[in-house]
Design a protein around this ligand. Structure first.
Ligand SMILES: C=C(O[C@H]1C=CC=C(C(=O)O)[C@@H]1O)C(=O)O
Length: 471
């Protein structure tokens, strides 16, 4: 990406934008291909989720991700460039697609702070090959939005992206960029009342056999040493009396789960995948890579003593610690295969969410030169926190034990910028919304010593948070 220094375009008026676009057009002519022109301007306080809600159109791709406790949020919609990929090379193909766009991007504006400017939004389904009819999404989706708003701590930005070809009408495009920035710098949120919230009329479990029977079958395979761990999930279809409003559900989730990555991605055909996940597969900032092992769960207590007691039991539960260590070992091995020796905390911590507490071990490393966030994602996905161990033995058994396609559940949702910084969250505690049907998912890790009833109770507890947020 070429960044134009602000002193070359000190003004923010139509004339300056036309000059910038004229430069982009000259480059487009020279290189004989369109250039992505990106204008990033600092704006006043803005809430990316509320902006998205205000201008939401179900026939447009959109993306939103926020971890409220970090005071970082971003949203964008309408693809300027987009790619869809499938198969085992999907991560590499997304990386190559993005590298090609980055080489043909010219950005201007308030780009001083780390990670401001145009971004790629992306989502990867759990399975590398799944039909988009079944999953709602392709195995890999990546796009750069036409507009993007962003919060980074106390600063807020609006980014307008447009493609400039040799014959583009620059005056019209400059007016459009100016208009978009004018709109975001004094944004007026829609005040349309969405009326009574939808009411869930029925819920149906989506599976071919009872969850407990699948757990028993998995325990037999574990006893027979076919594999050590497998994560099995449930899906339930909640049908309402009218269409769900997924972005309102996301808002409820972000209020309740401020330490989670809250997200929404719309496929441009009226289906949205949303959720609030505590798990980050990989984040990259300033050459530091962050990942984590998250596995092992317990209920929250109803008072401080009971809560602490449950945390203490979780920290000394042989079954949960084994389940957790398998995730650490797998991540360590896969990072080491990439030439990365990570710093892994000696002991798991307790991560407390509103409805559940988990064992969590933070993992950090310096990212070697030339290695992209997507290379790390390709190596790590799926970790045994959502797949199994050994991966090659356990993961192929998941589909038949669960009886449905996971789609984006336990897949990845996130963003990366043109310098390779970004975040990919694991799409758990989530649901796929299509009109008045919401398919909600929750899973649990099965190892030797797992009890089918307790695993069901764990998935019930995880599902309840979503069921409460949808209506
Ligand atoms: C697969 C899920 O959770 C994973 C992440 C944290 C704890 C887990 C567990 O204790 O089983 C799971 O491995 C889910 O919530 O759907």
């Amino acid at each position: 990406m070429e960044v134009i220094p602000p002193e070359r375009f000190p003004e923010r008026n139509a004339r300056a934008f036309v000059d910038f676009l004229t430069y982009c057009q000259e480059v487009a002519r020279k290189k004989k291909r369109p250039q992505l022109a990106s204008v990033c301007l600092r704006v006043k306080h803005i809430d990316p989720l509320a902006v998205l809600e205000s201008i939401y159109e179900e026939q447009q791709l959109h993306f939103y991700l926020e971890r409220p406790q970090d005071e970082e949020a971003l949203a964008g919609a309408e693809a300027v460039v987009e790619g869809r990929f499938s198969g085992q090379n999907r991560f590499t193909e997304v990386r190559e697609f993005a590298a090609d766009i980055s080489e043909n991007t010219i950005a201007v504006g308030d780009l001083g702070a780390s990670s401001t400017g145009p971004k790629f939004f992306c989502a990867f389904t759990f399975e590398e090959d799944v039909s988009s009819e079944e999953a709602g999404f392709h195995p890999a989706t990546v796009f750069v939005p036409r507009w993007q708003v962003e919060r980074r701590g106390g600063a807020f930005y609006a980014v307008a992206n447009t493609l400039i070809a040799a014959d583009s009408d620059l005056n019209a495009l400059a007016a459009r960029i100016l208009g978009a920035h004018g709109k975001f710098s004094g944004f007026s949120y829609s005040s349309v009342n969405t009326g009574e919230p939808p009411k869930v009329m029925k819920t149906t479990e989506v599976r071919s056999k009872p969850f407990e029977a699948s757990v028993v079958e998995a325990l037999e395979s574990i006893a027979g040493e076919d594999y050590e761990k497998i994560v099995l999930s449930r899906a339930i279809d909640a049908t309402a009396d009218k269409s769900f409003i997924p972005l309102e559900t996301v808002n409820r989730l972000r209020e309740r789960f401020p330490s989670c990555f809250c997200f929404s991605i719309n496929n441009g055909e009226g289906q949205s995948f949303i959720g609030a996940t505590p798990e980050r597969l990989v984040g990259c900032r300033d050459e530091i890579l962050e990942t984590e092992a998250l596995a092992g769960s317990a209920k929250r207590g109803s008072n401080a003593r009971e809560d602490a007691q449950r945390a203490a039991e979780l920290l000394s539960s042989d079954k949960d610690l084994r389940e957790h260590r398998m995730v650490i070992e797998s991540i360590r091995q896969r990072l080491s295969d990439l030439g990365i020796e990570p710093d892994i905390a000696d002991f798991p911590q307790i991560l407390k969410l509103a409805n559940v507490q988990h064992l969590r071990t933070p993992i950090q490393a310096r990212i070697p030169e030339g290695l992209h966030l997507l290379d790390v994602a390709k190596a790590l996905h799926p970790t045994p926190a959502v797949g199994g161990r050994p991966r090659a033995k356990a993961v192929p058994q998941i589909a038949s034990l669960e009886g449905f396609s996971r789609g984006l559940f336990a897949g990845l949702v996130g963003w990366f910028d043109m310098a390779g910084q970004g975040d990919l969250a694991v799409g758990i505690r989530s649901g796929l919304f299509s009109g008045n049907v919401a398919r909600l998912y929750a899973g649990a890790g099965i190892v030797r010593g797992s009890d089918p009833d307790r695993e069901r109770a764990e998935t019930d507890m995880k599902l309840r948070a979503l069921e409460e947020a949808i209506q």
